[in-house]
Design a protein around this ligand. Structure first.
Ligand code: G1P
Length: 291
């Protein structure tokens, strides 16, 4: 039996500089794709995977995320009085039982590895998942569910990977692949943002992880790496050889919603599947392309 995955850590303290000025006063995780904020897609994906405890590592100016997962009494009262039952259901759809979502602050921007380490007391010796909400992945089932299912067979640590163009390896964590079995491959090495000429493969880590709690001890000693930040990739690399470590080539389409193009493409992908929007959108796109 492997340690069950019942907890997830969402590092959501980042500044969202690629999306200024939109992210000056609102967190990038609250940017909507169609009508839902990014953080909600991520939390829904975690719940689908059977995860019970949601840990948000936040920062200053991120309080609005707490409000998003709480009652909005005035709004609910008005919707009730007006008999807008549909809107009321939507407004109440993300109200999880009290205590399932917990918040901890990352007080300094020291990197992804440091953000995960900030949750060490909440993770408290359990195996856990990590998801980066600006990596929105459309897939059925969701990527976290695909990973938890695979983990129940393999145990150990797992990252979700996709193939990228060689010139893009410097944007990602990149694996050295080992033996392959179906859509799983053994991870023999991990390096953060390698130069294309030095990248061990073009298999890049996207923002979904399953980790054993031992990574926390390693993180407490991990020095700043690529970009001068404490990198999760560097800490994970130290688990290789000590615990099972696999990469799952997930089924789904990933959008980097921290970038304008990725966010735009995610909106279009969602809209073209919405029966209310798709017909008008497609004729509008045709019109635009003929200009
Ligand atoms: C982070 C990780 C990187 C991973 C990427 C996926 O980088 O450090 O290993 O490949 O997320 O989106 P960031 O995009 O935060 O620079």
């Amino acid at each position: 039996m492997h340690r069950p995955i019942k907890k997830i850590v969402f590092p959501v303290a980042g500044l969202g500089t690629r999306f200024l000025p939109a992210t000056k006063a609102i967190p990038k995780e609250m940017l909507p794709v169609l009508d839902k904020p990014l953080i909600q897609y991520a939390v829904e994906e975690a719940i689908e995977a059977g995860i019970e405890e949601i840990i948000l590592v936040t920062g200053r100016n991120k309080q609005v995320m707490e409000d998003h997962f709480d009652h909005a009494y005035e709004l609910e009262k008005i919707l009730q009085e007006k008999g807008k039952e549909g809107a009321l259901d939507v407004a109440r759809s993300m109200l999880l039982e009290e205590g399932r979502i917990v918040y901890v602050r990352q007080m300094r921007p020291l990197g992804l590895g440091h953000a995960i380490w900030c949750a060490r007391h909440l993770v408290n010796g359990d195996a856990f998942a990590v998801a980066l909400p600006d990596d929105l992945i459309k897939g059925r089932p969701g990527t976290l569910k695909q990973m938890v299912d695979a983990y129940n067979e393999t145990g150990g640590n797992m990252v979700a990977t996709m193939d990228v163009a060689r010139e893009d390896t410097s944007k990602y964590g990149v694996i050295t692949p080992g033996a392959k079995s179906g859509n799983l491959v053994e991870v023999k090495g991990l390096v953060e943002k390698p130069h294309p000429a030095d990248a061990p493969s073009t298999s890049a880590v996207v923002g979904r992880y399953i980790l054993q709690p031992e990574v926390m001890e390693i993180l407490s000693k991990t020095k700043a790496g690529a970009g001068g930040e404490i990198q999760l990739t560097d800490a994970m690399a130290q688990l290789i050889g000590k615990q099972p470590f696999h990469a799952l080539s997930f089924e789904g389409k990933r959008f980097d919603c921290g970038s304008k193009m990725g966010w735009l493409m995610a909106n279009l992908a969602m809209a073209t599947e919405d029966p209310q929007l798709a017909p008008r959108l497609s004729s509008h796109l045709k019109e635009l392309s003929q200009r």
